[in-house]
Design a binder for this molecule. Structure first.
Ligand code: GAL
Length: 444
Protein backbone atom coordinates (compact mmCIF):
# COMPACT_ATOMS: atom_id res chain seq x y z
CA UNK A 1 0.00 0.00 0.00
CA UNK A 2 1.40 3.37 -0.98
CA UNK A 3 1.00 5.75 1.91
CA UNK A 4 0.45 9.24 0.56
CA UNK A 5 -1.76 12.08 1.61
CA UNK A 6 -3.54 11.85 -1.74
CA UNK A 7 -4.62 8.26 -1.04
CA UNK A 8 -6.89 9.61 1.73
CA UNK A 9 -8.72 11.91 -0.66
CA UNK A 10 -8.85 15.65 -1.04
CA UNK A 11 -11.34 16.35 1.74
CA UNK A 12 -9.49 14.37 4.39
CA UNK A 13 -8.74 16.58 7.40
CA UNK A 14 -5.22 16.60 8.83
CA UNK A 15 -4.53 18.21 12.16
CA UNK A 16 -3.06 18.16 15.63
CA UNK A 17 -4.76 18.04 19.05
CA UNK A 18 -4.00 19.65 22.40
CA UNK A 19 -5.84 20.30 25.68
CA UNK A 20 -5.97 23.48 27.79
CA UNK A 21 -4.62 22.22 31.10
CA UNK A 22 -1.82 20.29 29.45
CA UNK A 23 -0.32 23.30 27.65
CA UNK A 24 -1.68 26.69 28.70
CA UNK A 25 -0.10 27.29 32.10
CA UNK A 26 -1.09 30.77 33.40
CA UNK A 27 -3.17 28.84 35.89
CA UNK A 28 -4.03 31.70 38.22
CA UNK A 29 -3.75 34.95 36.30
CA UNK A 30 -6.09 37.32 34.46
CA UNK A 31 -9.10 36.23 36.46
CA UNK A 32 -8.92 32.49 35.84
CA UNK A 33 -10.54 30.37 38.57
CA UNK A 34 -9.09 27.15 39.93
CA UNK A 35 -9.89 23.91 38.16
CA UNK A 36 -9.90 20.47 39.76
CA UNK A 37 -6.50 19.86 38.19
CA UNK A 38 -5.01 23.00 39.78
CA UNK A 39 -6.10 21.57 43.11
CA UNK A 40 -5.27 17.90 42.47
CA UNK A 41 -1.65 18.59 41.49
CA UNK A 42 -1.06 20.18 44.89
CA UNK A 43 -1.67 16.87 46.68
CA UNK A 44 1.54 14.99 47.43
CA UNK A 45 2.46 11.95 45.38
CA UNK A 46 -0.46 12.00 42.99
CA UNK A 47 1.62 13.13 40.01
CA UNK A 48 4.99 11.86 38.83
CA UNK A 49 7.62 13.78 40.87
CA UNK A 50 4.85 16.14 42.01
CA UNK A 51 4.86 17.97 38.69
CA UNK A 52 2.03 20.39 37.93
CA UNK A 53 0.52 22.31 35.03
CA UNK A 54 1.05 25.79 36.53
CA UNK A 55 3.29 26.78 33.63
CA UNK A 56 3.20 23.75 31.31
CA UNK A 57 4.11 24.97 27.78
CA UNK A 58 3.20 28.56 28.70
CA UNK A 59 0.96 28.45 25.65
CA UNK A 60 -1.23 31.19 27.14
CA UNK A 61 1.67 33.60 26.61
CA UNK A 62 3.32 31.90 23.64
CA UNK A 63 0.36 30.96 21.45
CA UNK A 64 1.48 33.39 18.73
CA UNK A 65 4.84 31.73 18.11
CA UNK A 66 3.25 28.28 18.51
CA UNK A 67 0.57 28.99 15.92
CA UNK A 68 3.20 30.34 13.52
CA UNK A 69 5.17 27.15 14.05
CA UNK A 70 2.04 25.12 13.37
CA UNK A 71 1.54 27.11 10.20
CA UNK A 72 5.13 26.47 9.10
CA UNK A 73 4.55 22.74 9.64
CA UNK A 74 1.63 22.86 7.17
CA UNK A 75 -0.93 22.08 9.87
CA UNK A 76 -4.27 23.58 8.89
CA UNK A 77 -6.58 22.08 11.53
CA UNK A 78 -6.03 22.65 15.21
CA UNK A 79 -8.02 20.90 17.94
CA UNK A 80 -7.72 22.63 21.32
CA UNK A 81 -9.91 22.83 24.41
CA UNK A 82 -11.36 25.75 26.31
CA UNK A 83 -10.64 26.02 30.00
CA UNK A 84 -14.06 26.33 31.66
CA UNK A 85 -12.64 28.18 34.69
CA UNK A 86 -10.90 30.72 32.45
CA UNK A 87 -14.29 31.64 31.00
CA UNK A 88 -16.33 31.23 34.20
CA UNK A 89 -13.98 31.33 37.23
CA UNK A 90 -16.68 29.81 39.44
CA UNK A 91 -18.15 27.53 36.83
CA UNK A 92 -21.36 29.53 36.64
CA UNK A 93 -22.13 33.23 37.15
CA UNK A 94 -19.75 36.01 36.16
CA UNK A 95 -17.91 35.76 32.87
CA UNK A 96 -14.18 36.55 32.93
CA UNK A 97 -13.57 38.99 30.04
CA UNK A 98 -9.83 38.12 29.88
CA UNK A 99 -10.74 34.49 29.28
CA UNK A 100 -13.02 35.40 26.39
CA UNK A 101 -10.32 37.69 25.08
CA UNK A 102 -7.65 34.97 25.15
CA UNK A 103 -9.71 32.51 23.10
CA UNK A 104 -10.78 35.29 20.74
CA UNK A 105 -7.13 36.07 20.03
CA UNK A 106 -6.30 32.38 19.63
CA UNK A 107 -9.19 31.80 17.24
CA UNK A 108 -8.55 34.97 15.25
CA UNK A 109 -4.86 34.28 14.74
CA UNK A 110 -5.59 30.66 13.77
CA UNK A 111 -8.02 31.83 11.12
CA UNK A 112 -5.65 34.49 9.89
CA UNK A 113 -3.07 31.76 9.32
CA UNK A 114 -5.61 29.57 7.55
CA UNK A 115 -5.79 27.14 10.48
CA UNK A 116 -9.30 25.87 11.22
CA UNK A 117 -10.11 25.67 14.94
CA UNK A 118 -11.71 22.46 16.30
CA UNK A 119 -12.83 23.21 19.82
CA UNK A 120 -13.33 20.73 22.66
CA UNK A 121 -15.56 22.19 25.33
CA UNK A 122 -14.48 19.91 28.14
CA UNK A 123 -11.08 18.27 28.40
CA UNK A 124 -11.14 17.31 32.08
CA UNK A 125 -10.51 20.67 33.86
CA UNK A 126 -13.74 21.16 35.79
CA UNK A 127 -13.98 24.43 37.78
CA UNK A 128 -13.06 23.67 41.39
CA UNK A 129 -16.08 25.59 42.70
CA UNK A 130 -18.35 23.14 40.91
CA UNK A 131 -16.45 20.19 42.32
CA UNK A 132 -17.19 21.55 45.78
CA UNK A 133 -20.87 21.19 44.86
CA UNK A 134 -20.31 17.59 43.78
CA UNK A 135 -19.03 18.18 40.24
CA UNK A 136 -19.91 15.32 37.93
CA UNK A 137 -21.66 13.57 40.84
CA UNK A 138 -24.30 16.29 40.96
CA UNK A 139 -27.03 16.06 38.36
CA UNK A 140 -27.11 19.87 38.18
CA UNK A 141 -23.93 19.63 36.15
CA UNK A 142 -26.10 19.16 33.10
CA UNK A 143 -27.39 22.71 33.49
CA UNK A 144 -24.04 24.18 34.61
CA UNK A 145 -22.38 22.68 31.59
CA UNK A 146 -25.15 23.78 29.24
CA UNK A 147 -24.80 27.34 30.50
CA UNK A 148 -21.03 27.32 29.89
CA UNK A 149 -21.45 25.78 26.44
CA UNK A 150 -23.98 28.47 25.48
CA UNK A 151 -21.51 31.18 26.50
CA UNK A 152 -18.73 29.64 24.40
CA UNK A 153 -20.90 29.19 21.34
CA UNK A 154 -22.36 32.68 21.64
CA UNK A 155 -18.90 34.28 21.88
CA UNK A 156 -16.92 32.11 19.48
CA UNK A 157 -19.52 30.46 17.25
CA UNK A 158 -19.31 33.15 14.57
CA UNK A 159 -15.82 31.82 13.80
CA UNK A 160 -15.64 28.32 15.27
CA UNK A 161 -17.62 25.83 13.18
CA UNK A 162 -16.34 22.52 14.57
CA UNK A 163 -17.17 21.59 18.15
CA UNK A 164 -16.52 18.59 20.35
CA UNK A 165 -18.59 18.38 23.50
CA UNK A 166 -16.52 16.09 25.76
CA UNK A 167 -13.10 14.52 25.68
CA UNK A 168 -13.19 10.82 26.56
CA UNK A 169 -15.97 10.76 29.17
CA UNK A 170 -15.27 7.15 30.18
CA UNK A 171 -11.67 8.00 30.98
CA UNK A 172 -12.37 10.98 33.20
CA UNK A 173 -15.17 9.13 34.98
CA UNK A 174 -13.00 6.05 35.59
CA UNK A 175 -9.72 7.76 36.50
CA UNK A 176 -11.30 10.66 38.42
CA UNK A 177 -14.20 8.89 40.14
CA UNK A 178 -13.36 5.17 40.35
CA UNK A 179 -9.59 4.76 40.56
CA UNK A 180 -8.93 8.21 42.02
CA UNK A 181 -5.71 8.63 40.04
CA UNK A 182 -6.84 11.77 38.19
CA UNK A 183 -8.66 14.85 39.49
CA UNK A 184 -10.73 15.08 41.56
CA UNK A 185 -9.34 11.83 42.99
CA UNK A 186 -12.56 10.15 44.14
CA UNK A 187 -12.83 6.38 44.44
CA UNK A 188 -15.90 4.19 44.30
CA UNK A 189 -18.30 2.38 42.02
CA UNK A 190 -21.22 4.65 42.87
CA UNK A 191 -19.15 7.74 42.13
CA UNK A 192 -18.21 6.20 38.81
CA UNK A 193 -21.77 5.35 37.86
CA UNK A 194 -23.19 8.73 38.87
CA UNK A 195 -20.44 10.60 37.01
CA UNK A 196 -20.95 8.41 33.96
CA UNK A 197 -24.67 9.08 33.75
CA UNK A 198 -24.28 12.80 34.28
CA UNK A 199 -21.52 12.98 31.68
CA UNK A 200 -23.73 11.13 29.20
CA UNK A 201 -26.58 13.55 29.90
CA UNK A 202 -24.31 16.60 29.64
CA UNK A 203 -22.86 15.29 26.40
CA UNK A 204 -26.19 15.19 24.58
CA UNK A 205 -27.43 18.36 26.30
CA UNK A 206 -24.29 20.29 25.32
CA UNK A 207 -24.65 19.17 21.71
CA UNK A 208 -28.31 20.26 21.65
CA UNK A 209 -27.36 23.67 23.00
CA UNK A 210 -24.68 24.17 20.34
CA UNK A 211 -27.15 23.30 17.58
CA UNK A 212 -29.88 25.46 19.10
CA UNK A 213 -27.60 28.50 18.95
CA UNK A 214 -26.11 27.74 15.56
CA UNK A 215 -27.54 25.07 13.39
CA UNK A 216 -24.93 25.28 10.65
CA UNK A 217 -21.99 24.03 12.68
CA UNK A 218 -20.48 20.59 12.98
CA UNK A 219 -20.90 18.95 16.37
CA UNK A 220 -19.21 15.84 17.66
CA UNK A 221 -17.83 14.35 20.83
CA UNK A 222 -14.83 12.10 21.43
CA UNK A 223 -14.37 8.59 22.78
CA UNK A 224 -11.32 6.69 23.91
CA UNK A 225 -11.15 3.14 22.65
CA UNK A 226 -8.79 0.17 22.77
CA UNK A 227 -8.91 -2.98 20.72
CA UNK A 228 -9.68 -5.76 23.18
CA UNK A 229 -8.66 -9.38 22.80
CA UNK A 230 -8.89 -12.33 25.23
CA UNK A 231 -5.64 -13.73 26.63
CA UNK A 232 -6.55 -17.29 25.58
CA UNK A 233 -9.50 -18.94 23.85
CA UNK A 234 -10.75 -20.22 27.22
CA UNK A 235 -14.38 -19.29 27.79
CA UNK A 236 -13.50 -17.43 30.99
CA UNK A 237 -11.02 -15.17 29.22
CA UNK A 238 -13.50 -14.51 26.43
CA UNK A 239 -16.12 -13.45 28.97
CA UNK A 240 -13.55 -11.23 30.70
CA UNK A 241 -12.63 -9.60 27.39
CA UNK A 242 -16.29 -8.88 26.64
CA UNK A 243 -16.62 -7.10 29.96
CA UNK A 244 -13.53 -5.01 29.32
CA UNK A 245 -14.88 -4.15 25.89
CA UNK A 246 -18.03 -2.76 27.52
CA UNK A 247 -16.03 -0.48 29.77
CA UNK A 248 -13.33 0.55 27.35
CA UNK A 249 -15.39 0.92 24.19
CA UNK A 250 -19.15 0.73 24.53
CA UNK A 251 -20.32 2.40 27.71
CA UNK A 252 -20.82 5.96 26.46
CA UNK A 253 -21.30 5.61 22.71
CA UNK A 254 -24.27 3.26 23.01
CA UNK A 255 -26.56 5.55 25.02
CA UNK A 256 -25.65 8.37 22.64
CA UNK A 257 -26.78 6.23 19.71
CA UNK A 258 -30.07 5.53 21.48
CA UNK A 259 -29.19 1.97 22.51
CA UNK A 260 -29.16 2.58 26.26
CA UNK A 261 -26.31 1.55 28.55
CA UNK A 262 -24.73 -1.84 27.79
CA UNK A 263 -25.43 -3.35 31.21
CA UNK A 264 -26.06 -6.99 30.37
CA UNK A 265 -22.45 -8.20 30.53
CA UNK A 266 -21.53 -6.54 33.83
CA UNK A 267 -24.07 -6.91 36.63
CA UNK A 268 -22.91 -3.98 38.72
CA UNK A 269 -23.52 -1.55 35.84
CA UNK A 270 -27.27 -2.03 36.37
CA UNK A 271 -26.82 0.13 39.44
CA UNK A 272 -26.59 3.11 37.10
CA UNK A 273 -30.39 2.95 36.97
CA UNK A 274 -30.38 4.59 40.40
CA UNK A 275 -29.37 7.81 38.71
CA UNK A 276 -31.66 7.61 35.69
CA UNK A 277 -34.82 9.71 35.77
CA UNK A 278 -37.88 9.70 33.55
CA UNK A 279 -37.10 10.84 29.99
CA UNK A 280 -33.37 10.52 30.53
CA UNK A 281 -33.03 7.62 28.17
CA UNK A 282 -34.41 9.60 25.28
CA UNK A 283 -32.35 12.66 26.31
CA UNK A 284 -29.14 10.64 26.15
CA UNK A 285 -29.57 10.18 22.42
CA UNK A 286 -28.26 12.77 20.02
CA UNK A 287 -27.44 12.64 16.32
CA UNK A 288 -23.89 13.94 16.26
CA UNK A 289 -22.38 15.14 12.99
CA UNK A 290 -19.27 13.13 13.74
CA UNK A 291 -17.76 10.88 16.38
CA UNK A 292 -14.17 11.42 17.49
CA UNK A 293 -12.22 8.19 17.91
CA UNK A 294 -9.10 8.24 20.11
CA UNK A 295 -7.04 5.08 19.97
CA UNK A 296 -3.51 4.38 21.13
CA UNK A 297 -3.19 0.63 21.67
CA UNK A 298 -4.85 -2.73 22.27
CA UNK A 299 -5.48 -4.49 25.56
CA UNK A 300 -5.25 -8.21 26.27
CA UNK A 301 -7.70 -9.32 28.96
CA UNK A 302 -7.82 -12.37 31.18
CA UNK A 303 -10.17 -13.74 33.77
CA UNK A 304 -9.22 -12.72 37.33
CA UNK A 305 -11.36 -14.12 40.14
CA UNK A 306 -10.36 -11.54 42.74
CA UNK A 307 -10.92 -8.36 40.77
CA UNK A 308 -14.11 -6.87 42.20
CA UNK A 309 -17.14 -6.31 39.92
CA UNK A 310 -15.35 -7.48 36.80
CA UNK A 311 -13.37 -10.65 37.44
CA UNK A 312 -11.20 -9.43 34.59
CA UNK A 313 -7.83 -7.77 34.31
CA UNK A 314 -5.45 -6.36 31.75
CA UNK A 315 -2.37 -8.45 31.00
CA UNK A 316 0.24 -5.71 30.93
CA UNK A 317 2.27 -5.16 27.79
CA UNK A 318 5.40 -5.53 29.92
CA UNK A 319 4.38 -9.03 31.00
CA UNK A 320 3.65 -9.89 27.40
CA UNK A 321 7.14 -8.70 26.42
CA UNK A 322 5.89 -6.77 23.42
CA UNK A 323 7.23 -3.47 22.07
CA UNK A 324 5.85 -0.57 24.05
CA UNK A 325 5.80 3.22 24.13
CA UNK A 326 6.98 5.28 27.11
CA UNK A 327 3.46 4.85 28.55
CA UNK A 328 4.00 1.07 28.59
CA UNK A 329 1.32 0.76 25.95
CA UNK A 330 1.82 -1.90 23.32
CA UNK A 331 2.74 -0.60 19.88
CA UNK A 332 -0.08 -2.19 17.90
CA UNK A 333 -1.18 -0.02 14.95
CA UNK A 334 -3.79 -2.52 13.77
CA UNK A 335 -5.84 -1.51 16.82
CA UNK A 336 -6.81 1.62 14.90
CA UNK A 337 -8.17 -0.41 12.00
CA UNK A 338 -10.10 -2.65 14.37
CA UNK A 339 -11.66 0.28 16.20
CA UNK A 340 -12.67 2.04 13.00
CA UNK A 341 -14.36 -1.18 11.87
CA UNK A 342 -16.02 -1.67 15.23
CA UNK A 343 -17.44 1.83 15.55
CA UNK A 344 -18.51 1.99 11.92
CA UNK A 345 -20.50 -1.21 12.39
CA UNK A 346 -23.05 0.54 14.64
CA UNK A 347 -26.27 1.40 12.90
CA UNK A 348 -26.79 5.13 12.41
CA UNK A 349 -23.22 5.92 13.30
CA UNK A 350 -22.20 9.31 11.91
CA UNK A 351 -18.85 9.75 10.12
CA UNK A 352 -15.77 9.11 12.25
CA UNK A 353 -12.78 11.38 12.76
CA UNK A 354 -9.64 10.30 14.56
CA UNK A 355 -9.35 13.15 17.04
CA UNK A 356 -6.29 11.71 18.83
CA UNK A 357 -3.54 9.23 18.07
CA UNK A 358 0.16 9.32 18.78
CA UNK A 359 2.94 7.90 20.90
CA UNK A 360 5.33 8.89 23.69
CA UNK A 361 8.97 7.88 23.37
CA UNK A 362 11.99 8.98 25.41
CA UNK A 363 13.23 11.73 23.08
CA UNK A 364 16.71 13.18 23.43
CA UNK A 365 18.16 16.46 22.19
CA UNK A 366 21.44 16.13 20.30
CA UNK A 367 23.02 19.09 18.50
CA UNK A 368 19.81 20.99 19.00
CA UNK A 369 17.86 18.31 17.12
CA UNK A 370 15.50 15.54 18.19
CA UNK A 371 15.51 12.45 16.03
CA UNK A 372 12.51 10.23 16.77
CA UNK A 373 12.25 7.48 14.15
CA UNK A 374 10.05 5.33 16.38
CA UNK A 375 7.33 7.99 16.42
CA UNK A 376 7.51 8.39 12.65
CA UNK A 377 7.13 4.63 12.28
CA UNK A 378 4.21 4.58 14.70
CA UNK A 379 2.40 7.33 12.81
CA UNK A 380 3.06 5.77 9.41
CA UNK A 381 1.95 2.32 10.52
CA UNK A 382 -1.20 3.70 12.09
CA UNK A 383 -2.04 5.75 9.02
CA UNK A 384 -1.72 2.62 6.90
CA UNK A 385 -4.37 1.06 9.10
CA UNK A 386 -6.60 4.11 8.75
CA UNK A 387 -6.25 3.90 5.00
CA UNK A 388 -6.97 0.17 5.05
CA UNK A 389 -10.23 0.81 6.91
CA UNK A 390 -11.10 3.70 4.62
CA UNK A 391 -10.52 1.60 1.54
CA UNK A 392 -12.84 -1.02 2.98
CA UNK A 393 -15.57 1.60 3.14
CA UNK A 394 -15.30 3.02 6.66
CA UNK A 395 -16.44 6.63 6.63
CA UNK A 396 -13.43 8.26 8.29
CA UNK A 397 -12.96 11.94 7.61
CA UNK A 398 -9.83 13.06 9.38
CA UNK A 399 -6.82 12.43 11.58
CA UNK A 400 -5.39 14.56 14.39
CA UNK A 401 -2.02 13.72 15.92
CA UNK A 402 -1.79 13.72 19.69
CA UNK A 403 -0.01 16.02 20.12
CA UNK A 404 1.60 19.22 18.88
CA UNK A 405 3.87 20.05 21.85
CA UNK A 406 5.34 17.85 24.57
CA UNK A 407 3.13 18.68 27.52
CA UNK A 408 1.81 17.88 30.99
CA UNK A 409 0.68 14.27 30.67
CA UNK A 410 -1.72 14.20 33.66
CA UNK A 411 -0.59 11.79 36.43
CA UNK A 412 2.59 11.07 34.47
CA UNK A 413 3.72 14.69 34.65
CA UNK A 414 6.23 15.85 32.04
CA UNK A 415 7.90 12.46 31.75
CA UNK A 416 6.19 11.05 28.64
CA UNK A 417 6.76 13.17 25.55
CA UNK A 418 4.02 12.86 22.93
CA UNK A 419 4.79 15.96 20.86
CA UNK A 420 5.75 16.50 17.25
CA UNK A 421 7.59 19.43 18.78
CA UNK A 422 10.01 19.00 21.68
CA UNK A 423 9.63 21.42 24.59
CA UNK A 424 12.48 22.25 26.95
CA UNK A 425 10.50 22.93 30.13
CA UNK A 426 13.42 24.84 31.68
CA UNK A 427 13.48 27.61 29.11
CA UNK A 428 10.39 26.89 26.96
CA UNK A 429 12.49 26.41 23.84
CA UNK A 430 10.70 24.48 21.05
CA UNK A 431 12.54 22.08 18.75
CA UNK A 432 10.69 20.45 15.88
CA UNK A 433 11.33 16.69 16.08
CA UNK A 434 12.02 14.61 12.95
CA UNK A 435 8.43 13.38 13.29
CA UNK A 436 7.20 16.98 13.12
CA UNK A 437 9.09 17.51 9.88
CA UNK A 438 7.90 14.15 8.59
CA UNK A 439 4.25 15.06 9.31
CA UNK A 440 4.69 18.53 7.78
CA UNK A 441 6.01 16.94 4.64
CA UNK A 442 3.38 14.23 4.54
CA UNK A 443 0.43 16.61 4.81
CA UNK A 444 1.90 19.34 2.63
C1 GAL B 1 -5.90 10.87 26.00
C2 GAL B 1 -6.19 12.25 26.52
C3 GAL B 1 -5.11 13.24 26.24
C4 GAL B 1 -3.70 12.68 26.35
C5 GAL B 1 -3.59 11.33 25.67
C6 GAL B 1 -2.26 10.63 25.83
O1 GAL B 1 -6.59 9.93 26.76
O2 GAL B 1 -7.37 12.74 25.93
O3 GAL B 1 -5.31 14.36 27.05
O4 GAL B 1 -3.27 12.70 27.62
O5 GAL B 1 -4.59 10.47 26.11
O6 GAL B 1 -2.18 9.95 27.02
Amino acid sequence: MLLTKEAFGEDFIWGVSTAAYQIEGAHNIHGKGLSIWDVFVQKRNKIFQNHNGDIACDFYNRYTEDLYLMYRLNIRNYRFSISWSRILPDGTGEINPSGIDFYNRLIDLSLELGITPWVTLYHWDLPHTLDKKGGWLNRDIKEWFGHYVAICVTHFGDRVKNWMVLNEPTVFCATGYFFGVHAPGKKGIDYFLAATHHAALAQAHGARIIKSIQNDNTVGTTFSCSYVEPFTTREKDIVAAKKADVLLNRLLIEPLLGMGYPTSEIKILKRIEKYIKQNDEKDLKFDMDFIGIQNYTREIIRHATFVPYLQAKIVSAKDRKVTTTAMNWEVYPEAMYQMLKKFSAYQNIPPLTITENGAAFPDRVENNMVDDPKRIQYLQDTLEQVLRAKQEGVNVKGYFVWTFLDNFEWAEGYQPRFGLVYVNFQNQQRIVKSSGNWYANFIK
